[in-house]
Design a protein around this ligand. Structure first.
Ligand code: NDP
Ligand code: MG
Length: 384
């Protein structure tokens, strides 16, 4: 009959690509829940096609209208964050968390408690609460399957390897659109320029984060928890072609890499098929023509977000949650043209400096650190 699957954030970039993978494997899944924040119209089209048991609209909307529209296609409709949490607590085989930002943390914990494996795109969950989430995952004996392409690459490199033999991981980063832009020009970077990523088409938040390397910073923290690594075991490498998705160096000096076209459906499909692999119609790397792969170290002066991420791991406790919250608000302010580009990293640095870290925080303490960080920035710059 197929595995029961829920997709949170179904209308986003990862969500729609997940549905594309499912559409190619129709007999393998039954869809339990699909969610959107502010796009009920596309969600209705998805519901008509994929026939989930229920949908959730978390943002403000005309409830009676949408309730009726979904009822017409035989699908029940929940609302608000409370609807998302209710859906997350229903037992399914696999929950795909393709939400963006901090919102996915509570839902993830509820789904783990309900016994679901988690396919995680929403890296902010591990950044905010890695210790808590990993402990809960172990206790419940469920799987945490990375969707982020770098982490999927590392996960694939580790298949069949003995435990505890990693010297370090090499997280690759494209370097984004400003890889070669001098620091003196960063002041004038516009949201439009920052939203034009050279290799990947993604949601706005992660696209801006890729341009500042804040995304790589979030991924460093994500990797630390996913693969139980010390910060000194994580090296970031700029690789503009985005073909090597990341690498693992083992204790004997061997380096394994995972390569492929930059297409998120590959890591999504791996998370859905693991430990199997399914046929995918997407591109093959063309080796019939010459091409080069380049690697270089990142420039931490122009991209201080990476340095701040390592500092947040070293501090530990609630510091990564503060890093995450400050970045989320700063990106929204930048997109709203309320701050200039270099201020994104400045706001994150100031938030980390202003925060009194709590060790081994529980969920409530993490959510409070998140909220207080946002409020402190909103008080100064206004609510986006
Ligand atoms: P998108 O912005 O494209 O989609 C996010 C989804 O979450 C949408 O369905 C959106 O609803 C929903 N959503 C947004 N805000 C809320 C909220 N407050 N409450 C509930 N739902 C909400 O993001 P992406 O798909 O790009 O990214 C998702 C996650 O995956 C991020 O953590 C990102 O870092 C990570 N990721 C993304 C990659 C990519 O290629 N896109 C690559 C690797 C990781 P709505 O329909 O209203 O927009
Ligand atoms: Mg990534």
């Amino acid at each position: 009959m197929g595995r029961q699957i829920s997709i949170w954030g179904a209308t986003g970039s990862i969500g729609t690509q997940t549905l594309d993978v499912i559409a190619r494997n129709p007999d393998r899944f039954r869809i339990h829940t699909l969610t959107t924040h502010s796009n009920p119209e596309p969600l209705l089209r998805q519901a008509s096609r994929f026939r989930p048991r229920q949908v959730v609209i978390t943002g403000p909307c005309d409830r009676p209208r949408w309730e009726a529209a979904f009822r017409n296609v035989g699908v029940s409709c929940l609302f608000d964050k409370s609807g998302l949490l209710e859906a997350a607590a229903s037992p399914v085989d696999l929950a795909v968390n393709a939400l963006v930002g901090a919102v996915g943390l509570e839902a993830t914990l509820l789904a783990v408690d309900a016994g679901a494996d988690i396919a995680l795109a929403n890296k902010e969950v591990l950044v905010m609460a890695g210790e808590l989430v990993v402990r809960r995952i172990r206790r419940q004996g469920v799987r945490l399957l990375p969707v982020d392409s770098e982490h999927s690459a590392i996960f694939q490199c580790l298949a069949g390897e003995p435990e505890g033999r990693i010297r370090r991981i090499l997280l690759t980063a494209s370097g984004g659109p400003f890889l070669n832009r001098p620091a003196s020009e960063f002041e004038s970077i516009t949201p439009e320029e920052a939203l034009a990523h050279p290799n990947w088409v993604m949601g706005k938040k992660v696209t801006i984060d890729s341009s500042t390397l804040m995304n790589k910073g979030l991924e460093v923290i994500e990797a630390r928890w996913l693969f139980d690594l010390r910060p000194e075991q994580i090296t970031v490498v700029i690789h503009p072609q985005s073909i090597v998705h990341s690498m693992v160096e083992f204790e004997d000096g061997s380096i394994k890499a995972q390569l492929g076209q930059p297409d998120m459906r590959v890591p999504i499909a791996y998370a859905l098929s693991f430990p199997d692999r399914w046929e995918g119609p997407w591109g093959s790397q063309d080796f019939s023509r010459p091409f080069a792969l380049q690697f270089q170290p990142p420039d931490l002066d122009r991209f201080p977000g990476l340095r701040l991420a390592f500092a947040a791991i070293e501090t530990g406790g609630t510091a990564p949650a503060v890093f995450n919250a400050a970045d989320e608000v700063a990106v929204a302010l930048f997109l709203d043209r309320k701050i200039r580009y270099p201020q994104i990293a400045e706001l994150v640095e100031r938030a980390l400096d202003a925060h009194g870290t709590m060790e081994s925080p529980d969920l409530e303490q993490i959510l409070r650190a998140d909220r207080e960080t946002r409020e402190r920035i909103w008080n100064e710059y206004g609510h986006p």
